[in-house]
Design a protein around this ligand. Structure first.
Ligand code: NAP
Length: 483
């Protein structure tokens, strides 16, 4: 297959927090890979911005080190790194003060796309927006990119939306959820709406239940204190799992257009049922061969924050009433694996008189080994009558599409290029984020009011046994957490 890389328009990208962890690990190496792929025009410019005193040469050295450490392009011609570094500049700026703002206003060009990436803590979003406005950098050619977490509850998300809306139109605001930049997540939409096969069956008449799993093997490590203030519900469910749920459950948008897609996602969030306490299992990992237990890493021996969550979610609309969605995510689990599984109902009647349960199961693997597997029932080969067996129709993208199927364009690369192109389809709209918090808040408030203590689970396991029991009560089982 021939790769089709379409260069984007010339741009100035300012990265506030340009010396931070996210910029060094994801944003800058990602931009370099896009440069190598020929997607970044030669006259694009990237300006790092942070308080540290540094000149452009010092910043280029820092970025070169970050690219060496966190992965540049696999195949990039000699000399390309230097060409890329030539596009970089740096400004020492204080988001909360006056230092550097005039310099920045003089550096950015007025005749190209201007994107400002807020890769700093959310407490600085309002200051940045205000100062961009004071210094004349909020016109229609300007876009701002904001990182998660977008609030920690509905009230704080509303306050952030208000701070940004004071100076920017919603069409200028790009709220990142990097899960939406993953290739397979977009494939969810391609599979559902690009094939005749699935959509007619995509409803409670034919689908028994759906599982969404995002399992990690790592613990909270050095981020323990930060993580302890959020937990799996805020860190993973309210954003990433909710976005996956929306894409799986939404009605077909009339076209693949940012607002048409986001309108449909919003309707799903608004149709979510309140979750009963006995339909949620929270967990905390214990010490194991992989490292210390959660409470030790969080630095609080009495912490009640969850590193694992499993829940049963209902959607009250015509399509999904009666089909449960089971979501789970956790740290220090057996394998790193993200998967969405659609389990279809049993046949109404088997002409083969078999007692065994044969169901079609569609699995969409987000990581690792991105791909799609459809479990189908066939005749077991050989003589001896009609015995049925389930086999997987497996499409691992790397096998099916060769080099390009394995194309690991990172989510951040894709999303930044979308910002420059002005395509908001894969970014969360303000009302979507607020609706997600409005659903999440009462759940968290309930735990706090009841003093809910998470169940413990072994590091390297599949999570708390209570999560297994929750499905067993519905005579269902979780898919194995396997790489
Ligand atoms: P970080 O490593 O702490 O970096 C923060 C950056 O902001 C530094 O460049 C810092 O440089 C700059 N900064 C701090 N205060 C400033 C001020 N008053 N004015 C101007 N610049 C200032 O943080 P991070 O991990 O990169 O995270 C950045 C944002 O991305 C956060 O909202 C985080 O939640 C989000 N995020 C991070 C990750 C990740 O993997 N790291 C993943 C998802 C989301 P100076 O101190 O020199 O000013």
């Amino acid at each position: 297959m021939v790769s089709r890389v379409i260069p984007v328009d010339p741009f100035d990208l300012v990265i506030f927090g340009g010396t931070g962890d996210l910029a060094r690990r994801k944003i800058l190496p990602g931009l370099f890979r896009r440069f190598c792929a020929g997607q970044m025009p030669k006259d694009a410019r990237i300006i790092g911005a942070a308080r540290a005193d540094m000149d452009a040469a010092g910043y280029r050295d820092m970025v070169a080190e970050a690219i060496a450490e966190f992965g540049g392009a696999r195949a990039c011609e000699d000399g390309t790194l230097e060409e890329f570094l030539d596009r970089l500049d740096y400004v020492s700026i204080d988001a909360r003060g006056e230092k550097g703002w005039q310099d920045l206003a003089e550096m950015v060009r007025g005749d190209v796309v201007r994107a400002f990436y807020f890769s700093v803590g959310p407490s600085l979003f309002g200051d940045l927006a205000e100062r961009l406005n004071t210094h004349g950098m909020t016109d229609a050619a300007t876009r701002i990119v904001v990182e998660k977490p977008f609030g920690r509850d509905l009230a704080s998300a509303k306050a952030l939306n208000r701070d940004l809306a004071a100076y920017f139109d919603e069409s200028q605001i790009y709220r990142i959820d990097h899960y939406l930049g993953k290739e397979t997540v977009q494939n969810l939409m391609a599979v559902r709406f690009g094939n005749m096969l699935f959509e007619p069956l995509w409803n409670s008449q034919y689908v028994d239940h759906i599982q969404i799993t995002v399992a990690e093997t790592v613990g909270v490590g050095g981020r323990g204190e930060y993580y302890d203030r959020s937990g799996a519900m805020r860190d993973m469910v309210q954003n990433h799992l909710m976005q996956l749920l929306c894409l799986i459950a939404m009605e077909p948008p009339s076209k693949f257009d940012p607002d048409a897609v986001r309108d449909e996602k919003l309707k799903v969030i608004r149709a979510l049922d309140a979750v009963e306490p006995h339909h949620i299992v929270r967990g905390q990992y214990e010490a194991g061969a992989e490292g210390p237990g959660y409470r030790e890493e969080a630095g609080d021996p009495r912490s009640r924050t969850e590193s694992y969550i499993a829940m049963k979610v209902g959607i009250s609309n015509w399509r999904w009433a009666g089909t449960p969605f089971y979501l789970r995510t956790g740290k220090r689990l057996k394998a790193r694996s993200s998967e969405i599984t659609v389990v279809f109902k049993e046949l109404n009647h088997s002409i083969f008189g078999e007692q065994q349960d044969h169901r079609n199961v569609l699995s969409i693997r987000l990581q690792p080994n991105e791909g799609i597997t459809l479990g189908v029932t066939i005749k077991e080969p050989g003589p001896g009558g009609m015995r049925l067996v389930d086999v997987p129709l497996d499409m691992t993208f790397a096998d099916a599409l060769g080099e390009e199927g394995a194309d690991q364009t990172d989510a951040y690369e894709r999303l930044i290029m979308d910002v420059i192109r002005g395509n908001q389809t894969l970014f969360m709209r303000g009302d979507e984020v607020e609706a997600a918090w409005a659903w999440t808040d009462p759940i968290i408030e309930g735990w706090e009011a009841r003093g809910d203590v998470p169940k413990t689970y072994d590091s390297g396991s599949e999570g708390p046994v209570d999560a297994v029991q929750m499905l067993a009560r519905d005579t269902r089982v979780w898919r194995k957490v396997a790489p």
